[in-house]
Design a protein around this ligand. Structure first.
Ligand SMILES: Nc1nc2c(ncn2[C@@H]2O[C@H](COP(=O)(O)OP(=O)(O)OP(=O)(O)O)[C@@H](O)[C@H]2O)c(=O)[nH]1
Length: 679
């Protein structure tokens, strides 16, 4: 049909016209619905997809359609007016924060979507902090203005309080809840009303006209007040604008041209001094087009973002692989963000992380639900490369080894240091065994798991040394379930999952000393070691950084010759792999090696073995404590259910940190040790 935009429009738009943005939100705030509407209004999809029917473009994995939540973040490209928008759909579930983090690295800006009846919720706070860390300018979209309980004022206040940011009100809603029907544009002083045409109510048609006092005196007054406050707020944050306001327009803000205000709001947003706030209802098809205008107007182009790649590489290629998908027919598809230079199909790239050269066959643009083959792509863009076999999520790609060396010289660093990003992966908290239906399928299973690990660095796969079974370690129950599901659907292996277990840790309660001697003659040689050591609770035991780290080791003065330190450290590390109580890793301990006596013929392996055995003794004597993973949670309940929720928390040994009020509801902020679903 003709009304679907030609997908072969501009391939390489001017960099100032590119917007690489993400949508971040609490689960169920309406991210998917908003994305769908964006694609629809920009002309790339013919029908309005509906999440509830499981028929959307971005939620393309089968499991996602069934579960109705977004797991894999997919990049989608579309054009809005003269802008190329690359949208990276970030997941909202807490099991997938690693995915969120990875996507944030390639974004230049973000839209935070909120449920206007709930304000800022827990997951948004987490993602918001991650975006702070990556210095990403944002705009806020208060969605669900049509919903019962929706409140613009409440949501704005919650943004101010919880996100500790300065909201810039660029719009006001016309009506609220059932009566929500349009917006006031505070910058241009216009009203935007969506027309209910008979039949198709898809929100494509709306009217924009100046809001006059006669239209609605109260709303008009509200607009005046909000606009004056906005102007003062922006003048406070931007000197150039302050000069203008204090000079030419000091008599009347009314005459201040919209484009001057807009330019100042843009500067303030890019400087991350404040955050524009817009509102609407994606489901009711209201507010999405102005949101797209705001993305173009206020969020940065790739060239407006800080970064060293351009400085290092000049016009040479420098790109980041930020996502790997495995496609049945085409093999691995690697999503790539280009920071400098350009890319061509049928060309070689050098992967700095893997120190290898690879060839890509084709280059695709992920236009809405179609992938369009392209002849080249320049800096600032996002593409899909076909044919890269080694590159994994987080790898840096450049044109050649020589180019990497040249860039390293310019940066005054080693080539291996010029990586764009490493992804910090938190320690997994759940694990379980996975078995193929027959031994013959073990190899296929291993292959499937290694593909999945390339896509998802938060999935860990181990071999149980005692049973030889494959063990999956993941971020949550849902994470492991989805991996299981994908192995069945995508690789055709119906695996058996053992019971889910929690990845506990062991630590010591007290200080204890132990000595041990190992005396063994192997062949001609006598190996003889005596060690004396002390273990005690690590002094930084309870801080988060320390939590996952290896023991801190000290050597008493003169006790251990330098050439044997490695062997002693190995012995200590080995003893911490499996704690003496339940066999979980030992962490949060300090060790002092007080003395070591070694017969001249003794091998390093024997030294390690003796130290390890001595450690086990000391650990047992020191008394072992099990550490449980803790989960922070937020429970929203009505007043009537508060006591029941608190009782349930108490039963689970949860600790309540705070009870807040949110409109008519109460919000319990608590920490609970992670428990198995049916325990
Ligand atoms: N009343 C109302 N409901 C909405 C609106 N937008 C979305 N919803 C509903 O909210 C629910 C969640 O919407 P989604 O778009 O799936 O939300 P999401 O943030 O993508 O959810 P996850 O992918 O699971 O994180 C669906 O039932 C939508 O129909 C809105 O503007 N108003």
């Amino acid at each position: 049909p003709e009304d679907v935009k030609s997908l072969r429009s501009v391939i390489n738009p001017d960099i100032s016209r590119i917007r690489n943005i993400g949508i971040m939100a609490h689960i169920d705030a309406g991210k998917t619905t908003t994305t769908e509407r964006m694609l629809y209004y920009s002309g790339y999809t013919r029908t309005l997809g509906d999440v509830d029917d499981g028929d959307t473009v971005t939620d393309f994995m089968v499991q996602e359609r069934e579960r109705g939540i977004t797991i894999q973040s997919a990049a989608v490209t579309f054009d809005w007016k003269d802008y190329r928008i690359n949208l990276i759909d970030t997941p909202g579930h807490v099991d997938f924060t690693v995915e969120v983090e990875r996507c944030l690295r390639v974004l230049d800006g973000a839209v935070a979507v909120f449920d206007a009846s709930a304000g800022v919720e827990a997951q948004t706070l987490t993602v918001w902090r991650q975006a702070d860390k990556h210095q990403i300018p944002r705009i806020c979209f208060l969605n669900k203005m049509d919903k019962n309980g929706a409140s613009f004022t409440y949501a704005v206040e919650s943004i101010k309080q919880k996100l500790k940011t300065k909201p810039l009100l660029l719009q006001l809603p016309i009506g609220e809840e059932k009566t929500f029907r349009g917006l006031v544009d505070v910058v241009t002083k216009e009203q935007i009303i969506w027309k209910s045409t008979s039949g198709l109510d898809d929100g494509k048609i709306f009217e924009r006209k100046p809001l006059l006092e006669a239209d609605d005196p109260n709303l008009f007054q509200e607009l005046q007040d909000t606009r004056n406050a906005l102007i003062e707020q922006v003048a406070d944050l931007d000197d150039e604008f302050a000069e203008l306001v204090l000079g030419e327009y000091s008599e009347s803000f009314d005459l201040l041209p919209a484009d001057k205000l807009q330019a100042a709001v843009r500067r303030v947003t890019l400087a991350r001094a404040a955050v524009p706030v817009l509102c609407g209802s994606a489901l009711r098809n209201k507010g999405v087009q102005p949101l797209l205008d705001a993305v173009a107007a206020y969020l940065p182009a790739p060239s407006e973002r800080p970064g060293d790649a351009l400085k290092w590489y000049n016009d040479d290629l420098c790109a980041l692989a930020f996502k790997v998908l495995h496609d049945k027919c085409r093999g691995p598809l690697v999503f790539i963000r280009i920071y400098s230079g350009s890319m061509k199909p049928q060309s070689a790239v050098y992967n700095i992380n893997k120190s290898c050269t690879e060839r890509m066959s084709r280059l695709l643009l992920p236009f809405a639900d179609q992938q369009v083959e392209i002849p080249s792509l320049t800096a600032g863009n996002i593409a899909l490369a076909v044919g890269l076999k080694q590159s994994a999520t987080g790898d840096t790609l450049v044109s050649s080894k020589a180019a990497a060396a040249a860039a390293a010289r310019r940066a005054g660093r080693a080539a291996g240091d010029l990586l764009l990003a490493g992804v910090d992966v938190p320690e997994p908290v759940f694990f379980c065994t996975m078995e193929p239906p027959s031994l013959a399928e073990q190899q296929d299973l291993d292959n499937a798991l290694s593909c999945l690990q390339r896509e998802d660095p938060s999935l860990k796969v181990k071999l149980d040394p005692d049973t030889g079974q494959t063990v999956l370690c993941g971020m949550g129950e849902l994470h492991i379930e989805i991996i299981h599901d994908r192995i069945k659907r995508e690789y055709g292996i119906d695996t058996y999952l053992g019971p889910l277990q929690i990845a506990y840790r062991e630590t010591v309660l007290n200080t204890a000393q132990a000595t041990d001697t190992l005396d063994k003659t192997v062949g001609e040689k006598r190996h003889c070691v005596t060690v004396e050591l002390e273990v005690r609770p690590g002094h930084a035991r309870l801080t988060a950084e320390r939590a996952a780290t290896a023991p801190a080791i000290e050597f008493a003065a003169g006790a251990v010759p330098t050439e044997l330190r490695g062997a002693v450290e190995n012995g200590i590390a080995n003893s911490c792999v499996q704690g003496p109580l339940l066999g979980f890793p030992v962490q949060g301990i300090d060790v002092t090696v007080q003395s070591l006596t070694v017969h001249p013929d003794t091998s390093h392996t024997m030294v390690s073995a003796c130290v390890s055995r001595c450690m086990q003794k000391a650990l047992k004597k020191a008394g072992i404590q099990i550490l449980e993973p803790l989960m922070n949670l937020e429970i929203t309940v009505s007043e009537d259910h508060l006591s029941a929720a608190l009782a349930d928390l108490a039963q689970r040994r949860g600790s309540v940190q705070e009870i807040q009020s949110r409109q008519d509801n109460r919000v319990v902020v608590a920490a609970v040790s992670l428990q198995l679903p049916n325990s």
